[in-house]
Design a protein around this ligand. Structure first.
Ligand code: ZN
Length: 236
């Protein structure tokens, strides 16, 4: 099978200067305090399609209590939750769940971004992509317009999937499991870990990076959707 190389999926820089989105998701897990790494929480681990009310009680309690929590507390949280969440949900210290609550200033393009790792689509565009057969999931955000014209949007739930080349040699912290990677200038993916049937996915090892399939990119361009850029990446 001849699988084509995906693209990065990012905000169009010029257009993202014309609006401002500011907010956070319904529920955020606490950070962790590791004797070696210090206190940390992850960025780019977000599951808007999973509502806070559908999470295991242990996670809801931990979120309410806040943090950072100790490595021991984190491990007992892990064992309390067990396999209760789907396999493509990689929850970590700082992972966010549920609807996005945000203030908006300005008019939003077809593809709007809270951050380069939090992507929203105009409802119409989202539905058209679904109708074209793209397997997307998301949740309607709770947006409040401070200025600009209110619109209906959908936040896309982007799960981690593909990995960076050489991921097997990455060394996580032995105590807390933190993988502290800095994004390289050129993103190189491990092509064996790429599933082209997933239209949008995060890089497992760099969750602030979203990868889009060539088909999805083509559809977005054909539909003339504004707000997104597709930088090239490499794979091996
Ligand atoms: Zn650590």
């Amino acid at each position: 099978m001849n699988v084509q190389r995906p693209y990065l999926f990012k905000p169009d820089k010029e257009i993202s200067r014309t609006y401002d989105l500011d907010g956070t998701h319904e529920l955020g897990l606490p950070g962790i305090s590791c004797p070696r790494c210090g206190a940390w929480s992850t960025v780019g681990s977000e599951y808007p399609a999973i509502a806070a009310k559908d999470l295991p009680l242990a996670l809801r309690r931990a979120a309410k209590k806040g943090g950072p929590i100790s490595v021991d507390e984190w491990q007992s949280l892990r064992s309390a939750v067990g396999e209760a969440l789907p396999a493509d949900v990689q929850w970590e210290p700082g992972t966010q769940f549920g609807a996005l609550l945000a203030d908006v200033k300005g008019n939003l393009p077809d593809v709007a971004w809270l951050t380069p790792w939090t992507c929203l689509l105009q409802q119409r565009a989202y539905e058209e992509l679904l109708a074209r057969g793209f397997d997307l999931r998301g949740r309607t955000p709770k947006l409040k317009w401070i200025r600009g014209t209110p619109a209906k949007l959908m936040e896309v739930d982007v799960r981690p999937g593909v990995r960076l080349a050489g991921w097997r040699s990455h060394q996580p912290c032995e105590i807390c499991g933190r993988l502290a990677l800095t994004a390289p200038d050129t993103i190189v993916l491990d092509r064996k870990t790429y599933d082209p049937s997933i239209p949008v996915q995060r890089i497992v090892d760099l969750t602030t990076y979203i990868v889009v399939s060539p088909k999805m990119k083509e559809a977005i361009e054909r539909m003339g959707l504004s707000g997104a850029a597709f930088p090239a990446l490499q794979w091996e």
